[in-house]
Write a new protein. Sequence first.
Lengths: 464, 277
Amino acid sequence: MENTYTLNADLYIIPYEEKGRDSFIAYFPLQSLVFEINRDASEILDSLKKNPMVTDDPEVKSFLSDLVNLRLINNKKEPKPFAPFKDQPTPINTLLLLTDTCQLKCIYCYGEAKKKGVMMPMHIAKRAIDTITRNALEQKSGIIRIGFHGGGEPTLNWKVLKASYDYALETCKQNNFQLHSSICTNGIISKDKAKWIIDNIQDVAISMDGTPEMQFKQRPMQNGKSSFKAVSSTIDLFNKHNKIYTIRLTATEFSHKRLYEIIKYVMDRFSPPMICIEPLYICGRCETSGCKPPPLDDFINEMLSIYQLGRERSIPIQYSGNRIANLLSRFCGAQGSNFFITPKGYVTACLEVIELNSSRADFLIYGRYDPESNEFIYDTEKFKRLAGSQVHTFESCIDCFAKWHCAGDCIAKAPDLSQVTRIRNEYRCKLNKSLLRQSLIETMNNQIGMYGSKVMEGPGVLIP
Amino acid sequence: MEETKKMIPRIFSAVDLTHLQPNERIGLIGNENLRNRREFLEKLFKAGIAVGLPAILLSSCEPEIKYIVTDEEDCPTYTPTTGNNPCACNTDATATLSPKVVNTLPAKNSTFINDSSGVEIRIDIDKALDVTSITGALTLSPELSGGFDIHFYDLSKNNLPYKTSLALFKTGTSNKVVLVDDTTYTVTLKGTVKDINGKNLDGNGDGTGGDDFSFSFKTVKKYDSCICQSDCTCVGNKCTCQSYISCSCQSYSSCSCQSNTCYYCSCTNMGCPLYRI
């Protein structure tokens, strides 16, 4: 008897060349299920992706009936990730971009931070905290989150940083909320400031580029001197106090073919709890310095070696586009929840875009502080455009196995923001897919490999 | 596809990745589906095909799920303009249905390393039970020396896929029961158990109440060390994970990552997956 089969699950067929020409991976990301299959199976599934199938072949029926039992076929549509949003921003988190002043003159600085820039005044920071508190009360969230970040170095606006933290803390006490705090710093800070951060800020990221040579090359002081010693002193202090932090490192053409050694150095020297690596995105000062990202294929290979090194050393390595554990419809909060306040009081969805004259401002700056009303006012059309830019609307991602993981990648790095649904950043897209594919294969192999020993602790596990 | 070609589709390996996902995601895959999946993987496993079994077999659906169907026809309660109104992924059974067992601890037919300090034995049922019907209705074979008490948990006010839990404890204590190594135990809940609407237990899941539910599991002697993936550190026989995001421990019960602070997640909550300066 003939049966009709209709695929109802998101399915991606990925060639598995490492296992041979006739080997494929069938990946059902939204079902968290993955098979290694042969060519015939891949052709059947490929065909099913296009059209329902009618067959009376017993071999094919047997194969498909298993998938029916798994509710991958002939079932109702599977739920997909989606981030609901309202017509107006209702953030309960804020990131205060306290200044565009910085002691460093990094060759790739997206903010082109200056020796003397703009400092956010306290009344704007305070109003941002009031705004998220009001929303948190309405939403009964029980928590607000406040973060401090660049353009420049946030600790250079220390008075406002500390005062806004104290204000947020007091607000939370009054409302019986939790306060979550974070900071990203260049690490050029006094011991007193570092100690305060250790005692008060929960999530700390330090931007630094590894070896003294690379730090000097890519992240020199404004006066041209090396910044390595000052940054390493701060990290040493964090380590001394067992502070959890992340080192965030930018890979460029200068780290090409040396990245593995650089990361190894960072691990040996600092033993950080986590390292985040991002390839350079050309913007800001890159335009004048001419700094470029590392060649893609070599960078992919280097990253794969570095992930392995991280596993050997038990130091997690993160890259924002490789998120095998995530199933998301948006890459980050830029698509509907970021409430980042620039030093001048603009509301931006992306911390890389803080000035109205930025080429990306039209898309990403969606509000401003209004001194007359003492409120933030929003361009709701811009906000809705950002919030609606989720991966299921990206034509360019329709048939990509990585789409629910990288969620279409960083929209701010799309080559043309007016066509964000159609055109992706090819460099990052290929990088994401390569690293995710490898993560998927490693996860498969590790999970299968665990059964080599036959016995596992915990209930629910088979022993043959 | 060419009609003349003889297709011989084959699966060489199958891996369940639910351990990577948050609970709400697993809630949407659905307990029934996960049960089917486990049976399928077991079938492959017994046929000598490499499998990666699910680390989490059954899970609850969180009240605030973020994964929702985007197609309105599939989800009538979804209203895109106002947002924050996700579909519920579990609905309560109606009063006319018989109560069913939706989860057991240990899992049915599982084999696990015996914990000499005690083992949690629990049965979760999808409806609120009539507590008076439970007396004498739950047995464990072989019997435990000293017997056991049944603790009854009414979870009907919680947003869980089960409304009642029955747990076995050492007599007169709140301690887990101590089991013997290398023994197959069978737990039976009789079909005489009733829910608050007077419906008898549907033990075999055929839609008709009145039949017993049984499950078995086997204890094995504890080994000297646990097995975990390379990004977890073995300390004694415990897995210590460096961070949640990289944790791939197979068993949550043996992994301290579950209670770890996860600053990656916090960062995500800030709306920014990674910081950058």
